[in-house]
Design a protein around this ligand. Sequence first.
Ligand code: FE2
Ligand code: FE2
Length: 258
Amino acid sequence: MRILLIGDVFSTSGRKVLEDNIKQIKQEYGINFIVINGENIAHGNGITKKYYDFLLSLGTNVVTLGNHSFSNQEIYRWIGDVKNLVRPLNYGKGTPGTGYVTVNYNGIKITVFQVLGRTFEKTSLDCPFRATEELLENVKSDIYICDFHGEATSEKIAYGLYFDGRVNIIVGTHTHVQTNDAHILDKGTMYMSDLGMTGALDGVIGVEPSCIIKRFLTGMPSRHDPMERGKLQLCGLVVDINEHTHKVTSFDIIRMIQ
Ligand SMILES: [Fe+2]
Ligand SMILES: [Fe+2]
């Protein structure tokens, strides 16, 4: 089976490039299962029910979030009612929503979960390694897919190597820059430090450059207006998994520019 993973879809530009291309990607690769990071889909900040439904209408099986999970406060009203949405597993007990979902695909149990890295992250979080150990112990599945949402490649790589052979796919999100390190680890895990973002190509990780450049030049706080002009990019990864052995057999990196 073929699994498509798409990195942080950012605002109007991200929704447009995704909608324009996903049908073709699905056909070209024969995609069976789709995981998309939607933490920036609503004006760069969080997700609304409307855009969650939009992602599902494109054929998405699971939507993952990240440090912006609760940035759009509308989510508190509906996060408890939906089945295909995942926020970081290592938020503390009592956090609304769930850190994993298990989907049955043609008799194959696929568990998709997300952890949030702690390096350079100001939120108080449980340990992503220990949270994952607990999940693997308690939730039995044929295939595990992890979206490691984090800033530091070192933390993601360490996590990938630690869970090599136990989590089938570990892909990073959050930096919005695609890394050139996708490979199958020694014990079989598909690993990539960051899928990259889906949205404006020449923004500063999705944001209008003038806002961010001013901030670097002056140190003053600035508004983060999403970049809604210029070229667009769609970044992700296609992973081939054997339906019987559940082993990763091959992969294709996606970086489309239009
Ligand atoms: Fe993001
Ligand atoms: Fe993020």
